[in-house]
Ligand binder design. Sequence first.
Ligand code: F6R
Length: 614
Amino acid sequence: MCGIVGYIGHRPAYPILIKGLHRLEYRGYDSAGVALMTPEGKLNIYKTRGKVEDLERFCESKDVTGTLGIAHTRWATHGEPNDINAHPHYSASGKIALVHNGTIENYNVLKEALEMHGCTFKSETDTEVLVQLIEYIKESTGCTLVDAVREALKEVVGAYAIAVIDTENPDTVIGARKSSPLVIGVGDGETFLASDATPIVEFTDKVVYLNDDEIAIIRRGEPLQIITTDNVPGEVDIKTLKMSVEQLEKGGYPHFMLKEIFEQPRTIHDCIRGRIGNTGSEVTLSGVIEHKDKFMNARRMIIVACGTSWHAGLIGKRLIQEIARIPVEVEYASEFRYSNPILDERDIVIAISQSGETADTLAAIQMARKCGAFVYGVCNVVGSSIARATDSGTYIHVGPEIGVASTKAFTGQVTVLTMFALALGTLRGTIDRETAAKVTGALRNLPALIKQTLKLNDTIEKLSSTYTYVHNFLYLGRGYNYPSALEGALKLKEISYIHAEGYPAAEMKHGPIALIDREMPTVVIAPNDGMHEKIVSNIQQVKARGGSVIAVVTKGDTTIAEIADHILEIPEVPDIISPIIVSIPLQLLAYHVAIKKGCNVDMPRNLAKSVTVE
Ligand code: F6R
């Protein structure tokens, strides 16, 4: 949540900061702002409610000179989205400006203490407290800016990634992090700072991922310096980015979401590359091989995740239980972390997260590790906090996902979980070579099968007009595709604002059937699997009550074609990989309905891609 960018170097800072904010807008988009140090050492701060484009309009006639600055795009936590609560926030004297991603939990206590010393506050935010505290410490003790930041951070309880500038130190930017991400880009005579690497990659591929409790001191013309909040020197560990600018552009598509849906043949190819050979049944996951004994002897596994990643986890549970015969539980990370779970070193916790920054998932990992459990991560963003907090793991390698609704990450997660289950099954001897070869063969075919399924796009686009003004949708699925129903419903509700519920198909008669009428369409996921006959009866139950049915079926299914109002035909695939194929029409349906309704699919209201607050 919230994106921060900073720049110090030889180029005009404003265009770099604005472009960086556009790249980070997926993290929040209810207000935006920028603080620039002019060549004369004056601080100009511009901020406004709205998106980054609103900030650009606001700045059109303003002085945006300067080669040093910080900027922010917000997802409101404390205080409504308005001009005053927008970042950057500044100190009482107006000399220090600060941008912040995270939440300062003890801000009320700090605010009261500062008020007793005569501070007054302009905004309702937790962030303003921090910038006022830094100035108070600096003024009252006469210490340096770095020490003031350091001391202030020691007072703070909560999560933060911050960037600070000060007119009394006009050639310095200070960055710091705790539980919220911060990446420093090291260029030639210039340094960048951002919530992730996307604003940086265009300028340099050399980055440093700041660790918790570290402070980056970036001075013009000097090498990057890192210290901890306890004033111990930190290591400047420069890594090379494997990301390209093209991956961050829409590439001719009208929206990132559509681009990411259509990218899936390639992203799945990248996900399995090097892990499954061209022939045979072998799966090579280094995260498993390196900890063979742990995985051989695991008593049970607990999957923790949120949202779409949690849905992938539900599919993972079935896969692991079926193939590797280990008991698996799936927990919402937000519930698990407060549930006082019974865990020890015989348990393996699997944390699934696209962003690798989700606060609840990160907290669940920290708790699991404290209990002695081994933690395996399934992440997309390389070098993210979750990827670094786990004992081992497997990246899904689907490239940056920018559309707020997760699409290619979901299919990547399910693909990795399938490979993971296969690797475990082989290790534990619970799957025979022939069955393993069938599954690996199906995985190898996935890119081609997805490509074929994407041909449904035109049909779904036409179909979506029928359902644009509907208020409620029901999604039904069974077995491996019960989680697909949950995910289909989530996709629709988050981008089209149509209420949608996912249910195991057989549960419909225990309640939701009461909702069925002409106004309530049902999407039924009904591929040709062991549950086919049963799901046909579910469709008939809906039809008997006047409901309309959109059915996702295996090509050539004449039985359902006769009773459903619309069918979306997918290729014949083994049960085990059907959730990946089924998700394609469900993603496209959500996309087209939302577009027909005129919704902003890449930036749905109230949402942010990276949920770094509780
Ligand atoms: C929905 C969606 C969210 C995320 C959830 C977890 O389309 O994207 O539900 O799946 O916020 O995010 P990660 O996977 O980054 O931990």
